[in-house]
Design a protein around this ligand. Structure first.
Ligand SMILES: [Zn+2]
Length: 104
């Protein structure tokens, strides 16, 4: 998985194309991620209390990571990510476009 929690990503396809958001959760087994405020689906909520508003609530649903790219702040676009080893054997991710190290 090249996408991690807390990453800033950009959507490259679908109705949220070109929108950016923060990754809230990743599902490595299904190759999906939940991105804050994106890929919303309407859910019908049952009212639990008399004074609580029920009805339709929009909630993020997981999207496949092939539909998102990590956002490079230096390039100001979504970019493909490479992995490399730096001094000390630590592996980091970097932007293939500008070479900027993005983090672990
Ligand atoms: Zn870059």
């Amino acid at each position: 998985m090249s996408i991690r929690k807390e990453d800033l990503v950009v959507v490259i396809t679908g109705k949220d194309k070109a929108k950016t958001g923060k990754v809230l959760r990743v599902f490595p087994q299904s190759g999906r991620a939940i991105v804050e405020g994106l890929h919303l689906v309407k859910r019908h909520m049952r009212r639990r209390a008399q004074d609580e508003p029920g009805g339709i609530v929009e909630k993020e649903s997981p999207m496949h990571i092939s539909n998102i790219l990590l956002f490079c702040r230096r390039c100001n676009v979504g970019s493909r990510i490479g992995k490399k080893e730096i001094k000390g054997g630590e592996r980091v991710r970097f932007c293939r476009r500008c070479g900027e190290v993005i983090g672990k």
